[in-house]
Design a protein around this ligand. Structure first.
Ligand code: CTP
Length: 407
């Protein structure tokens, strides 16, 4: 996805072993459509060469405030004015300390001090040894930087270059890209608490078998991510899928429809929006066997009987909070044909104001989808696109309805 098309990012590197990750980050930013101007401190150039960063960004790297290539000789002013965001990755302990003090004895700190605070966001990706990160001086600096309007991104946890293990690693480039993308999303769901179900459910027949469906969970995970990017507090109740949890989202893993229902009931009291994107199995074996069912030699299959699962969405939509307007419910409909007619009928049956129709067999497991938004007035097609892009449009639609009192 060309999510950063038209954006100009100043990528600052201060000195730290994590500079080796900045090369990959630069590539990801340009692949996402951004133009990238790299600014490096002298210390950063000890860890990775400007040659590498120039080749990856396709622009000469700037390292000095005395760079005579700028016609007005003021790179510290020009660089900041042109940027849609300044991302410093890695941000060393020393760099952050300097920013806190407003010091400006090299180009990177000088540019940060000169940046128009209201217009150009400054994001810092700290990277340091765990003792340096935990030191009260660093933590004080982080708090002060945030108070001064910088966005201090989280640090990773794990093995460090020094051989120690703990907090302070720089996040991996794909995570930094995701956080930058999130930063650019409008915060239309700020203050909302969104509960999302996603994926299939698995209904056990015995300890080694069960019935499930082809839902990959991608659409529900995309909705959770888009809601989080839009500023909501998000809980994701996920059936059995192998997808990474979107950044900043609380995940509750479940297997069966009954477990999903219990997890939803435990969380929904706090929610202001409920999006049911899960493909819940309609039936479960009436009596799951505790032991593996063996062939008995008769050649006949075991006689399985099924019972219907509870309708999680319809149950929530019928609750007092949903009916009073305190909770906005959105359903999904996976259909194989006659999408509009089936989706509208399902919306009424489930008792939800908004239902998102899609053609199940065409979308299961895919990265792309097309949606049909159905409400009491009719329907609107959201054309084919990546699931994350569609999820962002759905989030914007939900936000519009919340702002209009659900109309
Ligand atoms: N849903 C639910 N609990 C169920 C079944 C469905 O919460 N037991 C929710 C889904 O998460 C989705 C919506 O209801 O938001 C519609 O799901 P879908 O599987 O398309 O519809 P069904 O109700 O199963 O109807 P049918 O199988 O007849 O199409």
């Amino acid at each position: 996805m060309n999510d950063l098309a038209g954006k100009h990012i100043v990528l600052g590197l201060s000195g730290g072993i994590a500079c080796y990750k900045s090369a990959e980050l630069c590539r990801l930013l340009t692949k996402a459509g951004a133009t990238v101007q790299v600014v490096m401190t002298e210390a950063a150039a000890q860890f990775i060469t400007p040659v590498t960063m120039q080749a990856l960004s396709n622009r000469p790297v700037v390292t000095s405030q005395w760079d005579a290539r700028e016609p007005n000789n003021m790179p510290h002013i020009n660089l900041g004015r042109e940027a849609d965001a300044i991302l410093i990755a890695p941000a060393s302990a020393d760099l952050m300390a300097k920013l806190v003090q407003g010091r400006a004895d090299d180009l990177l700190t000088l540019m940060c001090l000169a940046r128009p605070v209201e217009r150009v966001p400054l994001l810092l990706a700290p990277a340091m040894n765990r003792e340096m990160w935990a030191h009260p001086a660093t933590q004080r600096n982080v708090a002060q930087l945030q108070a001064d309007g910088a966005v201090v991104l989280p640090v990773g946890q794990g093995d460090q270059a020094c051989g120690e293990v703990g907090d302070g690693r720089m996040l991996e480039p794909p995570q930094l890209l995701d956080l930058l993308l999130a930063h650019f999303q409008p915060k239309v769901l700020a203050g909302q608490r969104v509960l999302v179900t996603a994926g299939p459910t698995f209904e056990a027949i015995d300890p080694v078998r069960g019935i499930t469906n082809h839902s990959s969970g991608k659409m529900g995970f995309a909705v959770a991510r888009a809601a989080q990017e839009a500023g909501a507090q998000v809980t994701l109740v996920a059936g059995p899928v192998h997808l990474a949890t979107p950044w900043g989202v609380k995940r509750v893993n479940v297997q069966s429809a009954l477990e999903m229902q219990a997890a939803v009931q435990a969380e929904v009291g706090q929610a202001t929006v409920f999006v049911a994107a899960a493909a819940v199995a309609d039936w479960r074996p009436a009596n799951a066997s505790d032991q593996k069912i063996k062939k008995d030699g008769s050649g006949l299959p075991p006689a399985l009987t099924f019972v219907e699962n509870p309708d999680i969405l319809a149950g929530v939509a019928a609750s007092e909070r949903a009916r009073s307007g305190a909770l906005f419910c959105v359903g999904f409909a996976a259909e194989s044909h006659d999408l509009e007619v089936n989706a509208q009928a399902k919306r009424v049956r489930k008792g939800v104001p908004l239902l998102v129709g899609n053609i199940g067999p065409a979308t299961f497991g895919q990265d792309d989808n097309a949606l049909l938004l159905v409400d009491e007035h009719g329907c609107r097609a959201v054309p084919h696109g990546p699931k994350l892009a569609l999820a962002r449009q759905l989030v914007a639609e939900i936000a519009r309805r919340l702002a209009a009192g659900h109309g």
